[in-house]
Design a protein around this ligand. Sequence first.
Ligand SMILES: *Cc1c(COP(=O)(O)O)cnc(C)c1O
Length: 371
Amino acid sequence: MAQPNGVYITRPALPPLDEVIVHLERIWETHKLTNNGPMAQALEEQLCDSLGLTHLTLTSNCTLGLIAALRALDVRGEVITTPFSFVATANAIVMAGATPVFADIDPDSLNLSPRTVAESITERTSAIVAVHSYGHPCDIEGLQAIADEHGIPLIFDAAHCFGARLHDRSLLDFGTCSVVSFHATKVFNTFEGGAVITRDPAIKKKVDRLINHGIDDEINAPEIGLNAKMSEFHAAIGLAQLPYVSNDIARRGALVARYLDALKEIEGLCPVRPIPEHLVPNNYMFPILVDAAYPLSRDELFERLKRDGIFARMYFFPLISDLPSFRDMASAARDTLPVAGDTADRILCLPLFPDLELKAQDRIIDLLRAP
Ligand SMILES: *Cc1c(COP(=O)(O)O)cnc(C)c1O
């Protein structure tokens, strides 16, 4: 497909329309539009089967899934989290009634560092919310050891992680809970959507209730809840997308290999590539760090690419802890978050999506070579 007017950071994948229509016809036959109808049930089952997960609750998006997971685990007080993420991570903590405490990231994985988490724990800490940024895994064992030592839950904002596997297990299958996003911009999309994943049936039951107004049945509403259900329409999109996602991931992988190859020759541009052993990556994004050895700063490179219609993304920038809602918190001070600060100032994600044309990618690479 021609991409004449600019190359954006991503271009959502869509399944063939006639395959969507087949699912929509079922909805028009049954008149079941939401509330865990047959489409949602089928998608839940297919996701569990194909990813090898125990329990999964579909949600209307990842943010509401995170809020429901935090409420299900009765998280209050302080929650240690990363400033190097999309703002939804910290927003969800606040919306769930807790206070984020930012801890610095590890310079290799760019994820929450177990060392800084351990230093930030107080008697008020009630949970750790870590992010596997770009689908690159956190030091799961290190974080889990701290969570276990203090008897607190470890929740992964696994928004980026669909399709990634670690030690032959889905990256969604770690921690007390993981929450994934099916937003338009992610590896697998239902336009808007998400899911909460857990191995604990009691947590699954709580999340199911919380995303449906806290009600059990027509006359019993034992707790306050949300409406965070996935509609049948969105589930139908998911059913139509699912057969194509592994092919999409493979195409992303081929483009990543070409970027990596090209970057070997470009001084000052370093791929963020902490691919640990035993990771099968999902190639969600292609982040690079712009070093002093490169002729342009990150901001200049971003603008240079934009001048030629290439829309890269400074992701994650700014840090959550630099945003007006969070910057006055004690843990938000830049000098306590040196790695996150330096990373946010040098990070740039290059366009990457399954149908990115090789010609367009070559144009991007040429610009990086000779800005
Ligand atoms: C996309 C994203 C979210 C939010 O997902 P939604 O499904 O849009 O609510 C949360 N955290 C991170 C790290 C994300 O990238």
